[in-house]
Ligand binder design. Structure first.
Ligand code: UD1
Length: 417
């Protein structure tokens, strides 16, 4: 297992090219199962989570290749309907194969993903929605076992606008008989990206990006060639990096419109931000101002940016409150940030952050993907040396993060433990 060694305290200056979106790529790669033949995906980030989903698709009988950010998936040999515990356990998003399996194979046996560091994260809404479309679903021995002679369109109300739940159900509805209406659907850009993909395959999905998605089922879909959108969370992480190192960073090949909430809060914190069509330039402020933040489903402030923004607030000039409303236990980075000198108190779903003039480097332990990113950011801002242990979490979701930071002036290296 590797660790990252960072000597912080330097402003970061330069240009960073943003990679393709992990969270858009995962459902889109899975959607290949809905058609017979070879699909090609460009701008796929080279990440551990992508390797995990390709391994699962191969287990199901597809042939997958990845070269230079281009993935081809041949589903001709797709024949297996079981997603085993060993593969789902590594990555919760593996549950995205549930609905495509039922839509194509009429049956699925998918391991229930467990809870994870940030919360219980049930998949009851995926299951309820699939049941509404006529599938028999049972939980046996830790597996979701679903069968359906055919799927039939229906109205589905989601108690919460679940992102992967909405994606899973869109993939069932696209091949179901009749019309499916998903109410209280998630509105994230990744949902629109999947809907665009399904439509390019010959599906009929309307309303993605709003809270009501209407899907007119079709009898079959075609393989396609498409491109993955930019990663908005990677973009946001670099915006935070520029702001808290008082640097000047231009991010290219990104989609600033997907980051309105983060950009707004960064501006309130004092960052100067210039927006291009597919670029953002961020200049960090001399004095970081305190800003309150509440995480919400899109278009609200993303929970996946909460830990990184907390690092910025820990160096602000006053008090700020960050409320986490999406996941119940997403403050595990707090105790590690405290080791660097951050002054943060957690009460229920709120963290109160009293800005300090500086952080000081220390050894810390990464606990989940975005928490790990926050520790890297804290290390970049801190005086002295920070060692972030267990960086495999980072490799799940950030492509060559140390290389990207080194290219803009960070002193950061990966060292084997
Ligand atoms: C996705 C993202 C993740 C992000 C999260 C919220 C992917 C691969 N992952 O995760 O990076 O942090 O959205 O933006 O895209 N819930 C239920 N029942 C369900 C499903 C969800 O109660 O059946 C709850 C969850 O516990 C959570 C909330 O709904 O409290 C939102 O979760 P959800 O949107 O489903 O997150 P993911 O899709 O797993």
């Amino acid at each position: 297992m590797d660790k990252m060694r960072i000597t912080g305290g330097k402003p970061l200056n330069g240009t960073v090219k943003i990679s393709g979106s992990k969270n858009a790529a995962l459902p889109i790669l899975v959607s290949s199962l809905l058609a017979d033949g070879v699909s090609t995906y460009h701008n796929v980030p080279n990440l551990m989570d992508i390797a995990s989903i390709l391994r699962l698709l191969e287990h199901l009988g597809a042939e997958c290749r990845m070269e230079d950010h281009v993935v081809t998936i041949d589903t001709t040999g797709f024949s297996n309907h079981e997603a085993p515990y060993e593969l789902v356990r590594k990555m919760r998003a593996s549950v995205l194969v549930l609905c495509p399996l039922v839509a194509r194979m009429k049956k699925a046996r998918v391991s229930l993903p467990g809870g994870c560091a940030i919360g219980a994260r049930p998949v009851n809404l995926h299951i309820k929605g699939l049941h509404r479309m006529g599938a028999q679903v049972e939980l046996n021995h830790g597996y979701i076992e679903a069968t359906a002679k055919k799927l039939t369109g229906n109205e589905i109300f989601l108690d919460l606008p679940t992102v992967t739940g909405t994606e899973n159900l869109m993939m069932a509805a696209v091949l179901a008989e009749g019309v499916t209406i998903i109410r209280n659907a998630a509105r994230e850009p990744e949902i629109i990206a999947l809907a665009d993909t399904l439509n390019q395959m010959g599906g009929n999905v309307q309303g993605a990006g709003t809270s009501v998605i209407t899907v007119h089922g079709v009898s079959s879909l075609n393989p396609i060639t498409t491109r993955i959108i930019a990663d908005r969370i990677e973009t946001g992480t670099f915006i935070a990096a520029a702001a808290l190192t008082r640097g000047n960073i231009t991010l290219t090949e990104c989609t600033p419109q997907h980051l309105s909430a983060v950009i707004h809060k960064a501006q309130l914190a004092g960052a100067q931000i210039e927006l291009g069509n597919d670029s953002v330039t961020v200049k960090g402020p001399e004095t970081i101002k305190s800003v309150d933040v509440k995480t919400l489903p899109y278009p609200g402030f993303p929970t996946d940016m909460q830990a990184q923004f907390m690092v910025l607030m820990s160096l602000a000039s006053g008090l700020s409150i960050i409320s986490e409303t999406v996941f119940e236990n997403r403050f595990i980075h707090v105790s590690e940030l405290r080791r660097l000198g951050a002054d943060v108190v957690v009460s229920g779903n709120a963290a109160m952050i009293k800005g300090v003039p500086k952080l000081s480097g220390a050894p810390v332990m990464a606990t989940d993907l975005r928490a790990s990113a926050s520790l890297i950011l804290a290390g970049l801002a801190a005086e002295g040396v920070t060692e972030v242990h267990r960086v495999y979490h980072l490799d799940r979701g950030y492509e060559k993060i140390e290389k990207k930071f080194a290219e803009i002036g960070a002193q950061i290296e990966r060292v084997p433990e």
